[in-house]
Write a protein that binds this ligand. Structure first.
Ligand code: 9MR
Length: 336
């Protein structure tokens, strides 16, 4: 890759960093032409210490979101105590790189601190949610953070009811509406999403999410859309399903996004094909906000031993998945 190595001036600093050339325009250049957000989630701010990581992120993507650093215990482990170091670093990087940020983690089954887990009184739990949301959202409102995952993984992984997290246990199913109302009051200008996994591959769960969300809309809960995680393991969604999902929510006045795509398989050709097919169908269906759960296999999170789910290698070389995504973006014809 030496001959085609590209020198990027990193964030205007005198320092330069070599990254493998893709031999193409960047994803974000192509996305910008069509008003599309193309992002990487799963950004642990500590990864920015690696200048190649920072350079590829800023070169290829126009949006980012934290991996775990926006989850409750990561920055608010005790009542009234907030540590903003990591999140500030991420938002400052986005500012310097002209990127937007999706806030991820407001309500998540993971990473809730003891002071929250020990609350049994509904009024006290709503008060804790309000304080937590206000602290997070007020700090970053108007500072690059333009949209939020308010509730992530409300449903059980295989479907069949709501996850019995602390919020459900204390507030019942109404905790979801409460969370959106609290988020809307704390960040009236931000877009608010419910983030869910596997609905593109499990028809029963797809219907369950639709029933949940259409109920929220009927109750005038302030929700802007559905964020499909799109973690794919070996099998692509059946063609047409993404389009059907987009259309069903469009009829409710809601947006659908892809929030955490990655493809877990040991078959590189299959992975390339799935990236291409999903992005092509998503764009044609009208999805304008697509993010991946990271971009380099150096920092991949996978449940399939040996899988390398992302679009750049550990050494930042573009894979087939990159080119399939790039091709889908360049061939997409935007007809507003
Ligand atoms: O990538 C995250 C991993 O480091 C954490 O251990 C895990 C548990 O909190 O969460 C992972 O991120 C998840 C995200 O927050 C929600 N959707 C599924 C993601 C993993 O694929």
């Amino acid at each position: 890759m030496k001959a085609t190595a590209l020198i990027i001036a990193l964030l205007g600093a005198a320092e330069a960093v070599y990254i493998p050339s893709t031999g193409t325009t960047s994803l974000r250049e192509e996305a910008a032409k069509k008003d599309i957000l193309i992002g990487s989630g799963a950004i642990n701010p500590a990864y920015l210490n690696d200048p190649q990581f920072a350079a590829v992120l800023a070169l290829q993507f126009n949006s980012l979101s934290p991996e775990n650093e926006g989850k409750w215990s990561f920055f608010n482990p005790a009542e009234g105590y907030y540590n903003w170091t990591s999140l500030d670093r991420l938002v400052n990087f986005a500012e310097d790189s002209n990127m937007v940020v999706k806030g991820h983690g407001l309500i998540s089954s993971c990473c809730n601190p003891d002071y929250v887990l020990n609350i049994t009184d509904p009024t006290a739990l709503r008060a804790a949610m309000t304080a937590h949301f206000e602290a997070f959202m007020h700090r970053y409102n108007g500072k690059r953070v333009d949209r939020w995952d308010v509730v992530t993984e409300a449903l059980k992984t295989q479907g069949g009811g709501l996850n019995a997290n602390i919020f459900y246990n204390v507030l019942g199913s109404g905790y979801i509406a409460d969370a959106f109302r609290i988020a809307q009051a704390a960040g009236p200008d931000a877009k608010l999403f419910i983030n869910e996994n596997l609905v593109e591959s499990l028809p029963y769960k797809r219907q369950e999410l639709y029933d949940l969300v259409s109920g929220l809309v009927a109750d005038s809960v302030p929700i802007d859309g559905v964020a499909l995680q799109m973690h794919i393991t070996e099998v692509a969604p059946i063609p047409g399903v993404i389009t059907d999902i987009v259309n069903s929510y469009k009829a409710l006045g809601l947006e659908v996004t892809i929030a955490e795509m990655d493809v877990h398989t040991l078959n590189a050709t299959l992975q390339t094909d799935i990236y291409g097919a999903v992005i092509e169908e998503a764009l044609n269906a009208g999805i304008t906000d697509i993010s991946f759960w990271g971009f380099t296999d150096k920092h991949a999170y996978t449940w399939l031993p040996g899988a390398k789910p992302l679009m750049f290698t550990e050494r930042y070389k573009p894979k087939g998945a990159f080119y399939a995504t790039h091709t889908a973006l360049t061939s997409f014809i935007n007809t507003p």
